[in-house]
Design a binder for this molecule. Sequence first.
Ligand code: RIB
Ligand code: CA
Length: 309
Amino acid sequence: MNKINVILDCDPGHDDAMAILLAGYAPNINLLGITVIAGNQTIRKTALNAANVASFLNINAPIAIGEKNPLVRDRIICEEIHGESGLDGFIFPKYEHHYEKEKAYQFIINECLKHDKVTIVATGPLTNIALAIKAEPEIIPHIEEIVFMGGSLTNGNISPAAEFNILCDPEAAHIVLTNGIKTRMIGLNITRQVLVTPQVIERMEKINNKASDMFTKLMEVFNANQNKTFGIEAAPLHDPVTIACLIDESLLTYQDMNVEIDLSHGPSYGRTNCDVFSYLKKEANCRVAIDIDVNKFWDILEKGIKYYG
Ligand code: RIB
Ligand code: CA
């Protein structure tokens, strides 16, 4: 099978951890590396979380540490959802972690220049990727696609208008969307359909291996924090959809459209303005997911968890 080269840029984060799990399982993915960004928690914590999940699942991918702060705005984190550690709920064994010497954006540059085509999957703020594009535009023809969890066709989750990953660094999202690179947006309109219900937890718990134990314990905290914050019973499992759609391209339905990031610094700062009806007659710069086969998603995740026997 021809594998796709993937770099996963993430801010673990409970749902990011499931994206790492799927990336480590995916039969059609050659995981070149995991790059980490501040987002759900500070960079020190998201880096440790990424390394712990990879070590626990025996995923031998290089890990490069990214930026502490966004390009322009001040940093925001999401402790209310992911907890003080950024991955509350599961205690990992003590590991000795080794990180790449170069920073994440340089790792992305190096890997893109090494390979003819690389797919970059982003499940956190887009700072590392934007920096890589600006620092070395030569990588652009080597980027097959940037698949990102972020934005929304509808309302936000950190402000009325904006989704967390985009609002963390709107200027970075603008750079990703305005450099002629093929992009694929998986927004809240999609991820709010994959909810970690008690039935989902029971289904994965029954697998009864180390990955299912990690899933169950993390999701209990993820659900509890989402309930406290949003009053919902079941959390949307945002990030693994980015990998699941690469594993099975029939998972999502898309529409090409123009997407612009609101950089106005007003109440809509960080909004993904998705021109569904092409009112502005601008060129489509993004393939936006508009529907998901929810049952197929949970089947993929179940296979992923079962893989770690
Ligand atoms: O808005 C949801 C996104 O923000 C997810 O990627 C979650 O992990 C947080 O990073
Ligand atoms: Ca994330």
